[in-house]
Write a protein that binds this ligand. Structure first.
Ligand SMILES: [Zn+2]
Length: 115
């Protein structure tokens, strides 16, 4: 099993990609799980302590070449709610979506409230 300091990609360690403040375990249960997109270092979910998650998602959208960017579990009016999902692939799609907490709908674009 990977150790916290093991590198999964050029920019992220195993420990950085499995850290959670939810109180729930975020550790892969087997080495087979390590074959999924997140743990291969192709995707990451991260909250942004002290910053608006929406603004960080917008910055990524305007600055970085990505496959998929999701402002996920965002609560309108609560800038630090939710997290950012960002993935990378050989042929990045540049797809951006927003999913609000309590909804199963993925809206196109990085948006502040459901339309
Ligand atoms: Zn994700």
């Amino acid at each position: 099993m990977a150790q916290p300091c093991d590198r999964l990609s050029k920019h992220f360690t195993f420990g950085q990609l499995t850290t959670t403040s939810s109180g729930l375990s975020n550790q892969p249960v087997s080495s087979q799980v390590l074959a999924s997109q997140h743990v291969r270092g192709e995707a990451v979910d991260f909250p942004v302590s002290g910053h608006s998650v929406y603004e960080v998602a917008m910055w990524i959208s305007e600055t970085i070449d990505y496959d998929q960017l999701i402002l996920e579990n965002f609560l309108p009016g609560i800038p630090i709610s939710g997290w950012v999902h960002c993935s990378f692939a050989r042929n990045n799609r540049g797809q951006d979506l927003t999913k609000f907490k309590g909804s199963k709908t993925y809206y196109p674009g990085i948006i502040l409230k459901p339309e």
